[in-house]
Design a protein around this ligand. Sequence first.
Ligand SMILES: *Cc1c(COP(=O)(O)O)cnc(C)c1O
Length: 367
Amino acid sequence: MTSKEVLKSMSPYKPGKQIEDVKKEYGLSRIVKLASNENPFGFSKKVKEEMSEWMSNLEIYPDGYSTELRMALAKKLDVEPDQLVFGAGSDEVIEIICNSYLYPGTNTIMATPTFPQYKHNAVIEGAEIVEVPLVNGYHDVKTMVAKINKQTKIIWLCSPNNPTGCHINQEEFDYVMSHCPSDILVVFDEAYYEYVDADDYPDTIKAIGQYENLIVLRTFSKAYGLAGLRVGYGVANEAITRALNVTRGPFNTTSLSQKAALIALQDETFLQETFKKNQENKQAFLSFLDNLGLSYDDSQTNFVFVHLPTTGDEAFEYLLSKGFIVRSGEALGRSKGIRITIGKKEDMEELQSHIREFITLKEGETH
Ligand SMILES: *Cc1c(COP(=O)(O)O)cnc(C)c1O
C-alpha cells in the first residue's frame, strides 16, 4: 500500500514537552507550561459547574449542525447562522479549507514564519507553497499580493501572527482585500482576536458583507481556555461555508465541546478578566525585557517572541531545567529567540529571574 508520495517526506506533528515527562526528567515537582499560548487562568467556571448535567446521552451522536452554538454565535457576531462552519479546533477548519480549495497545480501564499498548519495541509493537497518573509514580525502584505498569479487559490493572513504576535492593521487588510481578485480565498486567522487592543485593528467580520472571498477563523482554544475540547470556527459568505460543510465530517465537533463553547461564549466576565490580566502581566514582562536590554516583537496577543543573543534551544534547555516550558524559536523558523506565553503574575516573576540568570551567565561566558 502506498500513501500520497508527499507524506513520505513529512512528519506527524511533534507535540511540545509534556509536563509529566519534564517532571521526571529533571526531578522537578512543579512545572509551568508557557509553550502553547493556552489560557493560564483556565476557563469559565460555568463550564465546569454545568458539565455533569450534559454527561448524559453520550450514546447519541452530536448535533452535526451545532444548532445551539451556531445560533448563539451568529447572534453575537451579527451574521447568518449559515455563514458559520465549525471544526475540531480551527486546525480542522484550516484542513477543511485546504481540502476544499487546493489541488496539484494550484499555489497558496503565506507569510514565513507563520502558523505551520497552513503549509502542512497545503503540501498534503499537492499545492505549491509561496512564502513571503515577515518584516520585523509583520506581514509584508504588498509582496504577498504581488506574488498572486493565475494558479493562486488561497492567501493566508494570521493576525495576530503566530509566532511573532504582530497584527495586520486596517490599512494592510484593505490593501489585500482591494488588490486580491475575488476568486482567491483570503483566510484571516484570528485565533488570538480576544487579546487584541490595537486601535487600527480591522473589523473583519463586518468586511465579510463586502468581500465574497474572505473567511475569518476564530477559536475557543486560546482566550476561552478550551483547547482540550477542540472547537474552532470560520465565518464567511454562504458560498464558502457551503463548500466547507460538504468537506467536513458530519460529526466533527462533539456534544460536550459544543455545549462548553456555548457556555464559555456567554461568560463575558471570564473573557474580560483574562484580557485584563494578560495586559497587566504582558506589560510587566515587556518592562522587564526593556530593563534587561532584550528586544522582542510587538505583541497584540498572549505571547511574546523574545530575541536572544543565544540560540532559542539554549534558552529553552536552561528554562526547562528550572521547570519552565517555553517554545524555542528554532522549530518556529526564528532560531535566535523564544516564544513565551504570558502566564500568571507569580509564574512570570519567577520566569523573569531565570531569564535574568541565563542572560548574566551567557554574558559571563563571552567576556
Ligand atoms: C492555536 C492556533 C490555531 C489553532 O487552534 P485550535 O486549537 O485548532 O482552534 C490556529 N491558528 C493559530 C494562529 C493558532 O495560534
